[in-house]
Design a protein around this ligand. Sequence first.
Ligand code: SAJ
Length: 415
Amino acid sequence: MKICVIGLGYIGLPTAAMFANSGMKVVGVDKNIQITDSLNKGEILIEEEGLADFIKKVVSQGLLKGSNFPEEADAFIIAVPTPLKENKCADMRYVESATRSIVPFLRKGNMVILESTSPVGTVDDLMRPILEETGLCAGTDFFLGHSPERVIPGNILNELIHNNRIAGGIDAESARQISALYKSFVKGDIYETDTRTAELCKLSENTFRDINIAFANELSKLCEEFGVNVWELIEICNKHPRVHIHQPGPGVGGHCIAVDPWFIAEKNPEIAKIIRLSRVTNDGMPEFTAQRILKILKDIENPKVTILGITYKPDVDDIRESPILSLIDILKDHKIALNICDPFVKGAFDAVEDPKEAVKESDLIVLAVHHKQFKNLNFEELSKLMRTKNIFDTRNYIDAEAAQKAGFSVYLLGK
Ligand code: SAJ
């Protein structure tokens, strides 16, 4: 079996390596020459636990190679980005061009699978007509469907193997063939369904999470009014066997949860009311966080703030759609001087690695992302370097008692 994986990002690259590791011949296709050149040397440009060694192994075994163009294969897998446009609609141009790039190589008996998270109808209405320009008929001459990735950045290799998977086909045989292909490395269950259900499943999973986080964020604002600690509230509520409230925070980031709900809402905005409102609630959290910060700083002249963490979530190097970048922009608009510290993001935003370096002469530390390096901050040491000893924890992560002991005034989001 030969497979062509188009798009070598956080999903395409590890997926290509999984197929290669199960003994298939895999061509990884990307327009970016740097990515394919590195791949052919057995190297990668992204950071993901265990991925570098895994790629090195399959490339050196001759099972995976990089190329800038597709070629004939038994199966084509599309794993390109589907970003959000300014108007909050999905930008499908990469899926469209990836589909077109397959056309010259599509043969009878082939399989085409979309992995990219996409609005409902993408396979039927966008991909199918393009692929049928070959004169081949989907379902009769080739198999077609959607098998969305569901892995969490930071644990991708493990989740690719062990998560349950969806195999959506334009007909039952396509679903069966897709399922059989992924069984080569997936140990979780694979559920066969139609393409539209598969598309909406993926969007609904991330939307469920977004709505639940919006609820937690709304509770955190209410708790500040009620004089209740939201973190304690949620912890106790979640002792109920059927309640699982998510965690509040300074916003929702990443290219999935902050994006996918819009793919549902774009088609039927008048119906998708809760979905839209949740997005707006979560997108408003950087502003809410900034207002708390400004309140803490109100009596300090020319205040200087140290932000700990700028990635979209802890222990990853990914800053895409990070709410902390919005928070930084808002604070800059208010002319607040900022020092940024993030051990995972070197170089960007003049970020330094060491909190001790970052907090010098600061009036406030904002714990924005709960990276593991920030778990045991040495407050005694930090307090000596600061001008005013304030700390604002947006994640309920720091040892508040230790900070208070070292002379800090401690503030908590949602309290
Ligand atoms: N967040 C909260 N509170 C929470 C949980 C998360 O504020 O209780 C925030 C995080 O800080 C982060 C954002 O949400 O900014 C998203 O992080 P995440 O860890 O929830 O999810 P992602 O975006 O890294 O990955 C999600 C996963 N989807 C689900 O868990 C339903 C993953 O399985 C998907 O494969 C991935 O989206 C994707 O590619 O769609």
